[in-house]
Write a protein that binds this ligand. Structure first.
Ligand SMILES: C[S@@+](CC[C@H](N)C(=O)[O-])C[C@H]1O[C@@H](n2cnc3c(N)ncnc32)[C@H](O)[C@@H]1O
Length: 210
């Protein structure tokens, strides 16, 4: 019998056969729209180097690959199961060098300072041990003029869901914007979409000063 704690653990870090076969599909189905909106808000250019942090089942990677057809899309994940799945799903893009996957934590991303033009991370900030440390690391690797988009559901939408009792931290869009500001990002912009839907989408974008 699958319990709430098990699902909460799988959302935090999908693992094993369940992670690869079931959770990845569930994530792709329920998060396709918010990932697409996040990539639209990021608006990457064809030649950019971009990163999806915590790509899960890969719906955000797919969106980024569609836009960035002359540059490089990177994906960072702590989940070995999601990395394994993505290596099979995106074998052609990996072979051609258009996609690179990294086993990495948001607080230790394998990039030098200022190398990425765009970063997005959807439905992962709830699990970061320190949102401040994660944002600082994002700011470190973002190129001047580059942007980051953090996508999440509102606390109001998520609190009703019993899984969120287990290890989820919630932030308002303003709190995420403040964190970006503290980490040196500018032009903070917030979009609140699908307000009347069961799961709304909050997107917060910040830009690295030139
Ligand atoms: C709820 S899933 C969301 C997946 C995907 N972004 C989506 O929108 O469908 C959260 C993902 O973030 C990853 N994750 C959790 N904590 C992370 C961290 N500290 N650094 C990088 N990835 C992390 C998990 O392994 C998981 O695949």
């Amino acid at each position: 019998m699958i319990g709430i704690k098990f699902i909460a653990r799988q959302l935090r870090e999908p693992s094993g056969l369940f992670g690869r076969k079931v959770m990845a599909r569930m994530l792709n189905k329920s998060n396709a729209r918010i990932n697409k909106l996040a990539v639209d808000f990021l608006a990457p250019q064809a030649e950019d180097q971009v990163l999806d942090i915590g790509f899960g089942g890969g719906t955000g990677l797919q969106d980024l690959l569609r836009c960035v057809n002359k540059g490089i899309v990177h994906g960072a994940e702590i989940s070995v199961a999601m990395l394994r799945r993505a290596r099979a799903q995106f074998a052609a893009e990996l072979n051609s060098g258009r996609l690179k996957l990294h086993e990495a934590h948001v607080e230790a991303l394998p990039f030098g300072p200022g190398v990425l033009n765009g970063i997005c991370s959807v439905n992962t900030i709830y699990f970061w041990p320190s949102a401040q440390n994660g944002m600082r690391e994002i700011s470190r690797i973002l190129a001047p003029g580059g942007a980051v988009v953090i996508g999440m559901r509102s606390a109001d939408a998520m609190r009703d869901n019993p899984v969120t009792q287990y290890g989820f931290s919630f932030y308002t869009a303003e709190e995420v914007g403040d964190l970006m500001h503290q980490c040196g990002l500018i032009d903070i912009d917030i979009l609140h979409l699908d307000k009347d839907a069961r799961f709304d989408s909050l997107l917060v974008r910040g830009v690295q000063a030139s």
